[in-house]
Design a protein around this ligand. Structure first.
Ligand SMILES: NC(=O)c1ccc[n+]([C@@H]2O[C@H](COP(=O)([O-])OP(=O)(O)OC[C@H]3O[C@@H](n4cnc5c(N)ncnc54)[C@H](O)[C@@H]3O)[C@@H](O)[C@H]2O)c1
Ligand SMILES: [Zn+2]
Length: 381
């Protein structure tokens, strides 16, 4: 698998969902085309940009300028950054701003930000006047390869993540790869875990390409566009076949059952970003699969080595503060997994692996072997 040699024309990935289908436009500086594209898609529509403070500092001025240049009317609502805004309070702030701006059924909400802004703005759009369309302008790597595609929107409840939400597909996704240059290296790496996930779950050739090209993805060469486009194609294909996650879409949760438990155990704090939890979670899923005799141990090792080489945490012991503060014990971690959505009648659903590039949904995992496996992982030096 080879990547294009230079930054060329934008890559367009189509999400084939019939009359709810849409384009994902990927490339350096594609943000400059947002105004024209919106004007063409929805002539005369007014827009409201939802963003967070950090993204606003870096990218709001440019976004407003390209909308103005195309004659698109725009307002703005700026929320605080991070999960603290994916709440009832954040939803209230955004919804009231949309109502005050008189955004109507034919207008557009523009989500300019990472996954938090995308989930929040998309959910607000889905309930405003029983549904207003929205455009995703994802600004984090995680949002460009994952959260902006597929139509899951929502907020957190004090009782758990993403418990309130709706399926609401965007009408357009603009993924400007140059926007990622202002993302912190740690946030970039966290998003990279989701890129590697697509290779690990369904595309060995892509995984091998990542092993050879990860440095250029980080530095911002053309490999970055190729990695993002390949990831979006993988997600778009799965979503087109299983929009509402009745089957195959669950494969996208590789690493997430372990990962969510670790995020919860660290209080959804800066100790562990979502993508970092996914990196550790994928390695745990791979090693658990190897232990069950489903996959060669060498494949689990290969996955761990690649993620570690990129600078991601891959062990429980890599979690910030693990040595000082420890982590929940194996029973508590298991309890956190049971709070997840993926439990049916006392058995856990896991995404396990048969090889790099071949993940499978296993519905009937008994809790005891998982607890024993976690206890051994926690006891590692
Ligand atoms: N809807 C879905 O399908 C889906 C899938 C995966 C994750 N998610 C959700 O996405 C969220 C995580 O997304 P995230 O990692 O993007 O988090 P985020 O939106 O909090 O962004 C991470 C941080 O990076 C900053 N940032 C974003 N873009 C920047 C840029 N270009 N320059 C400088 N700073 C920038 C943000 O201000 C924030 O502080 C979680 O809430 C998760 O539940 C949703
Ligand atoms: Zn994820």
């Amino acid at each position: 698998m080879t990547a294009p040699l230079n930054h060329s024309a934008p890559i367009t990935v189509e999400v084939a969902l019939g009359d709810r289908g849409y384009d994902i436009v990927i490339g350096r500086d594609v943000l400059a085309s947002l105004g024209e594209r919106v004007a063409r898609l929805r002539p005369g529509a007014r827009t409201m940009i939802v963003t967070d403070r950090t993204v606003a500092q870096n990218w709001l001025e440019k976004t407003e300028a390209v909308l103005s240049a195309a004659g698109v009317a725009h307002g703005r609502v700026v929320v605080g950054e991070g999960e603290a805004s994916k709440t009832y309070a954040g939803l209230e702030q955004v919804s009231e701003a949309l109502i005050a701006a008189k955004i109507e059924r034919n207008d557009l909400v523009i989500a300019l930000g990472g996954g938090v802004v995308g989930d929040l703005a998309g959910f607000a759009a889905s309930i405003l006047r029983r549904g207003v369309d929205f455009v995703q302008v994802p600004t984090s790597l995680l949002a460009q390869v994952d959260s902006s595609v597929g139509g899951k929107t929502g907020i957190n409840s004090p009782q758990g993540k993403n418990l309130l939400g709706a399926f609401h597909q965007p009408v357009l996704v603009i993924a400007d790869t140059a926007v990622l240059d202002t993302l912190s290296p740690r946030q970039f790496r966290a998003g990279y875990a989701e890129v590697a996930k697509y290779g690990a779950l369904g595309d060995e050739a892509f995984f091998a390409w990542l092993e050879a090209n990860h440095a250029e993805i980080v530095s911002g060469g053309p490999a970055r566009e190729h990695a993002i486009a390949t990831s979006c194609r993988a997600k778009a294909a799965i979503v087109a076949r299983d929009e509402r996650e009745t089957g195959e879409r669950a494969l996208l949760n590789l690493g997430h059952t372990f990962g969510h438990a670790l995020e919860a155990a660290t209080g959804f704090s800066d100790r562990l970003f979502h993508g970092e939890g996914v990196a550790i979670g994928m390695v745990l899923a791979a090693e658990f699969s190897a232990e069950r005799g489903m996959m060669p141990a060498s494949d689990a090792k290969r996955l761990q080595q690649h993620l570690a080489q990129v600078g991601l945490p891959t062990r429980l012991q890599d979690i910030a503060g693990f040595q000082q503060e420890g982590l929940a014990d194996a029973d508590a971690l298991l309890g956190l997994m049971f709070q997840d959505k993926k439990v049916k009648r006392g058995k856990l659903t896991f995404i396990l692996m048969e090889a790099i590039g071949r993940a499978v949904i296993v519905n009937d995992v008994e809790p005891t072997p998982v607890r024993d496996f976690l206890a051994r992982q926690l006891a590692r030096a």
